[in-house]
Write a protein that binds this ligand. Structure first.
Ligand SMILES: NC(=O)C1=CN([C@@H]2O[C@H](COP(=O)(O)OP(=O)(O)OC[C@H]3O[C@@H](n4cnc5c(N)ncnc54)[C@H](O)[C@@H]3O)[C@@H](O)[C@H]2O)[C@@H](O)CC1
Ligand SMILES: [K+]
Length: 227
């Protein structure tokens, strides 16, 4: 397993790309999401894919992934914890594009909405873009319920950047602690700290790194391990 980076280092990469290199956050999100979608379509050509989207930039990645998966001839459905008007920044831009493209989107009003279970049952692949490096602590409602339903589904599970609810669950002793149990994690820039610990693959599954197109000099200067 290669060297790892902390969540803080990961956020620093984005910050330096934006502030010092003048890159646009939308470009980083597009690079991240389009590359992840290509990998998902390569692994599961023509699959029915359910993309779970949260409120932050990890959710934003999900809207990009969904748009590219449609172009790559997958059958895509979105399950979102917030409407585009409740989002901000790059995530809001991509959520609006998805809505204007008339992609099928189920907005979660309550965790026991039967549409959630139906969407999970119809999926060959569930892609987790609920929470990424912005997570803090154990999952709050409705995330625990959505994650529990996803974990019980027959579909293949793919986490984007980090499995939602991890790494808090790894240190958690409470029996209520829960995290997305992925068959595969497509993580951005570099493997995240903790993913190389012996029991982490219970949640991450196979870990693959996806580049987001930031300059090599930036990665070298921040001492970010590259493959
Ligand atoms: N320009 C960028 O910053 C880029 C970010 N990227 C993506 O952005 C992600 C980070 O995005 P954000 O910083 O917006 O954070 P997240 O998308 O991980 O989540 C932030 C949201 O989660 C909520 N939250 C935090 N802990 C919670 C908990 N325990 N239970 C329920 N809700 C909780 C917060 O209130 C906030 O609304 C990365 O993981 C990556 O996927 C990529 O798009 C690449 C570019
Ligand atoms: K995630």
């Amino acid at each position: 397993m290669p060297q790892t980076i902390t969540f803080e280092q990961s956020r620093r990469v984005d910050q330096v790309a934006l502030e010092q290199y003048g890159m646009d956050g939308l470009v980083l999100m597009e690079n991240a999401g389009s590359s992840a979608a290509r990998r998902i379509a390569q692994l599961h050509p023509g699959a029915s894919v359910l993309v779970l989207c949260g409120k932050g930039n990890n959710g934003g990645d999900g809207y990009v992934i969904a748009r590219h998966l449609q172009l790559l001839r997958c059958d895509v459905h979105l399950l979102a914890t917030a409407t585009p008007d409740e989002l901000s920044g790059d995530a809001a831009v991509n959520a609006r594009i998805a809505a204007r493209s008339e992609m099928p989107i189920t907005f979660v009003k309550s965790a026991d909405d039967p549409d959630i279970q139906a969407a999970m049952d119809a999926a060959d692949v569930i892609v987790d873009c609920l929470l990424g490096t912005g997570v803090s602590g154990s999952l709050r409602s409705p995330f625990q319920d959505i994650v529990a339903l996803a974990n019980a589904a027959a579909a293949v599970r793919i986490a984007i950047d980090v499995p939602t609810g991890w790494p808090a669950v790894q240190a958690e002793t409470s029996i209520d602690a829960i995290a997305f149990v992925a068959d595969r994690t497509l993580t951005f820039v570099a493997v995240k700290e903790g993913m190389n610990e012996s029991d982490a693959d219970r949640w991450t599954g196979v870990v693959e790194v996806i580049g987001i197109g930031v300059p090599k000099k930036l990665l070298d200067d921040l001492e970010i391990p590259t493959a």
